[in-house]
Design a protein around this ligand. Structure first.
Ligand code: UN1
Length: 512
């Protein structure tokens, strides 16, 4: 029998309004969890509960909160295989990658448990005597965190761990199609001893979440929104939070470019493009969108890339495969639409296109009973094409050519996203020139566009986000607000800018 799961608010199961089935995309007939979806009121109520709980949580000394984060890391580590297996079962991510994803939670905990003993403020000299200036990091309050299901546990941890460490309470709304993985992660967090109400999990559909969030913002019970998902929904959340004078932390889509210079190690570039484009079935926000390859090496690169894709194993995600199925039916439907963007002037160089089946196999794999799709390389993509300009979440990569580095940089920036990017070159001049010119928040040199490490700033510009950064010390600015304190112990009112001693220089002085 499959699991039955519902939202948990203040440590108690909350009411659900509608039912949802989370299924295994590798065997679509298999239900992983029956999920009770809550309505807008439950979301708003969870935010009120969180607001109440946050007051006490903020009073727990940060080093003690850091110990809780340490416990979460240990619990996740001790349950790594189980959690990874559930992720594979629910969203079809190859098991080795799912284990890596779980590792990323532990890495994030490792980083932030120490932050509990740092969370530094500053002492700052005053312009007047007998006066001291300080800065403090205060928690923002309640964070509403809304996450996608392609990284159902790692990406949420990028929000949850620092938010909790900084003394905030959280209402987390995970993707419905990854509800069981999220529920398991919630239980691991709860086992760390987090007081009830400090972390709440609400399962809801998009419309219910949006309405609940709007209510919570109106009521003043949410002070920060974290969102990972599409640029389209990110824009709506940005508008909503903007109306409440808040700036959300938005981690959105990408059309991530990979530039291949004539001096590149082509085998390395092919290996990078294969993993960046088709690992995770192309379903990372950091997945490769377009290879921008120098015209002098284009034919050679495309031939080797197509060969590598033809040889890549697609199949049961519990096996040693490059990619498993797509995340969910919704993603399969959308991906099929992206395939209609292939135009007569394009050349598909990777072989078969579309759903893998008995009549349309990938090597000897017939698609079993899952949402498996052929990896597709489309050569001859032009700057005006939808395939060039828009994110195509799934296993499809475009190829185009350039003559000069400046032209490659212009092409890389043209779609207007700015999450990740990559250049393959053996010349440092090209690497640094690209870094300087590309609009992306993340740049790889001789490496995949995906696979960022958990302690570097993660985030994008343009259509990829509003400049917010997650991970490492940079995310602290999302979950804390600086407070400035000045303390005058002179025993008199000293007026800033007015009662300041003046040392008079001789500005007419010149060397003889
Ligand atoms: C995402 O798809 O939302 O850098 C995040 C990477 C992963 C995270 C991807 N560590 O590819």
């Amino acid at each position: 029998m499959s699991r039955q799961i519902v939202s948990i608010v203040g440590g108690k199961e909350a009411a659900s309004a509608t039912a949802y089935e989370s299924t295994n995309p590798a065997r679509t007939g298999e239900v992983v969890a029956q999920v009770g979806l809550a309505d807008a009121e439950v979301f708003a109520a969870a935010s009120r509960t969180a607001k109440e709980a946050q007051r006490e949580w903020a009073k727990v000394p940060a080093p003690v909160r850091g110990r809780v984060i340490a416990s979460i890391g240990r619990l996740v580590e001790a349950n790594a295989e189980r959690l990874a297996r559930l992720v594979t079962e629910e969203i079809g991510k190859p098991y080795a990658e799912a284990l890596g994803e779980v590792r990323e939670i532990v890495d994030t905990c490792d980083f932030f448990l120490g932050e509990g003993r740092r969370l530094y403020g500053q002492t700052v000299p005053s312009e007047m005597p007998d006066k001291n200036l300080f800065t403090f990091r205060n928690p923002v309050g309640v964070a509403a965190v809304i996450t996608a299901g392609n990284f159902p546990v790692a990406v949420p941890s990028w929000y949850l761990v620092p938010a909790l460490l900084c003394g905030n309470a959280v209402v987390w709304k995970p993707a419905e199609y990854a509800a069981a993985s999220a529920h398991a992660m919630y239980r691991l967090f709860a086992a760390s001893g987090l007081p009830d109400g400090v972390l709440n999990i609400v399962f809801a559909d998009g419309a219910g979440t949006f309405e609940g969030l709007e209510r919570a913002l109106d009521e003043g019970s949410v002070q920060k929104v974290g969102f990972t998902g599409s640029s389209e929904v990110g824009r709506k959340i940005g508008e909503l939070t903007g109306r409440h004078l808040q700036s959300a932390c938005l981690e959105l889509g990408g059309k991530n470019p990979m530039v291949v210079m004539p001096d590149a190690d082509l085998d390395l570039a092919v290996e990078g493009a294969l993993f960046a484009g088709f690992g995770t079935a192309g379903q990372r926000c950091t997945s490769l969108g377009t290879v921008i390859v120098h015209e002098s090496v284009h034919d050679e690169f495309v031939e080797r890339f197509a060969r590598a894709v033809g040889a890549a194993r697609i199949g049961d995600p519990m096996q040693n495969v490059l990619a498993g199925p797509l995340l969910d039916q919704k993603f399969a439907d959308r991906y099929e639409e992206f395939l209609t963007w292939i135009q007569p002037h394009h050349k598909v160089v990777s072989g078969n296109v579309g759903r893998i089946s008995k009549d349309n196999p990938h090597g000897d794999f017939d698609g079993d009973q899952g949402l498996y799709y052929h990896p597709v390389i489309v050569d001859g993509v032009r700057p005006a094409d939808r395939l060039f300009l828009e994110e195509t979440f799934g296993p499809i990569v475009g190829v185009t050519t350039f003559q000069t580095l400046d032209e490659a940089i212009d092409l890389a920036n043209l779609p207007g996203y700015g999450l990740s990017s990559s250049i393959y070159t053996t010349n440092p001049k090209n690497a640094f020139g690209f870094r300087e010119g590309v609009s992306a928040g993340m740049v790889s040199v001789n490496n995949s566009t995906s696979g960022a490490e958990a302690h570097l700033p993660f985030g994008g510009n343009g259509k990829s986000g509003n400049g917010s950064r997650q991970s490492g010390m940079w995310v602290l600015d999302q979950f804390t607000r600086w407070q400035a304190l000045n303390w005058d112990h002179s025993g008199r009112l000293q007026k800033a800018q007015m009662d300041v001693a003046e040392i008079v220089p001789d500005l007419d002085f010149r060397l003889a």
